[in-house]
Design a protein around this ligand. Structure first.
Ligand code: HEC
Length: 253
């Protein structure tokens, strides 16, 4: 079978090498930054790798069953702890845990808010006006993770955007030598396959937290495949520069 391109990276004209090199360096730097960002946000904060799994569960599946699942409960256990007497906190947390029934709003919860919270929340500009039912219902809502709308939005941005990166990295790498045709083809296909697995696993994780590990494996998978392609392409384009020049026997005659 004839290969589509039989030009080796090493033999490309200098302007094309320069174009490919600029692109690969920027993409490589971008990958490093993406990795750093994941480490910093999800990170090894407590030195445990499984924290990232938790964080992925948290982003996509939410924090449905846990304590502090709603913003209201989290605040009542956090920065608002001093602002509410224990019996008020207890009543509000019970209300949240019961699913914030609207029937108890006027009778139980609103009076507590007016008495304990309005001094600040109804008066300081910029604070949520929590004596309004709609405001409080939102704060009492349990975190179900990424919404379908935001997952759809981020999914299509990722699929379109990242496909471009892999397309050009794969295309440049297709001029590499020293790989079997099959090996090259598999390597070029790998990031695309992992990209699809990655996006699918976000949706699966939304339904079932156990799929969070698949998000990590696929991210790792496409980073590794791209790294191999980026490094071998750069190496093959420029390695000849550092080799001693061959002497053309013809020139000696
Ligand atoms: C002494 C003033 C003060 C009182 C009293 C107070 N809060 Fe707050 N509350 C704040 C401030 C300031 C913030 C913003 C900073 C923060 O989130 O910690 C806030 C934020 C919140 C938030 C987060 C709102 C959001 O939109 O992010 C909730 C929920 C909340 N308070 C609940 C309460 C409840 C319930 C009470 C009554 C039991 C209460 N607060 C009493 C000052 C107060």
């Amino acid at each position: 079978m004839k290969e589509i391109n039989n030009i080796a990276l090493a033999d490309l004209p200098l302007p094309i090498k320069s174009l490919f090199t600029g692109y690969l360096l920027v993409i490589g730097l971008g990958l490093l930054m993406a990795g750093a960002q994941i480490m910093l946000t999800h990170g090894m904060a407590d030195g445990k790798f499984d924290l990232s799994v938790d964080d992925i569960v948290y982003s996509y599946h939410g924090n449905r069953d846990a304590k502090n699942a709603s913003k209201l409960e989290a605040k009542l256990n956090g920065s608002m702890k001093e602002n509410a007497p224990p019996e008020v906190r207890l009543a509000m947390i019970k209300w949240v845990r019961a699913g914030a029934p609207e029937s108890e709003w006027e009778t139980t919860i609103r009076p507590l808010v007016v008495e304990n919270c309005d001094a600040c929340h109804a008066n300081i500009p910029g604070l949520s006006n929590i004596s309004k039912k709609e405001v409080m219902l939102k704060l009492a809502a349990v975190d179900n993770g990424a919404s379908i709308a935001s997952l759809t939005r981020v999914s299509h941005i990722h699929l379109f955007g990242i496909a471009f990166i892999f397309f050009f990295v794969g295309w440049i790498f297709s001029f590499a030598t020293g790989f079997s045709t099959l090996g090259k083809s598999l390597l070029i296909a790998t990031p695309f396959a992992f990209l699809i697995i990655d996006i699918v696993s976000w949706w699966l994780t939304k339904l079932e937290p156990g799929f969070a590990w698949l998000v990590i494996i696929s991210g790792f998978g496409y980073s590794l495949a791209s790294t191999v392609m980026i490094f071998s392409s750069l190496y093959q384009m420029w390695a000849t520069l550092f080799r001693p020049k061959k002497i053309d026997p013809a020139s000696l005659q």
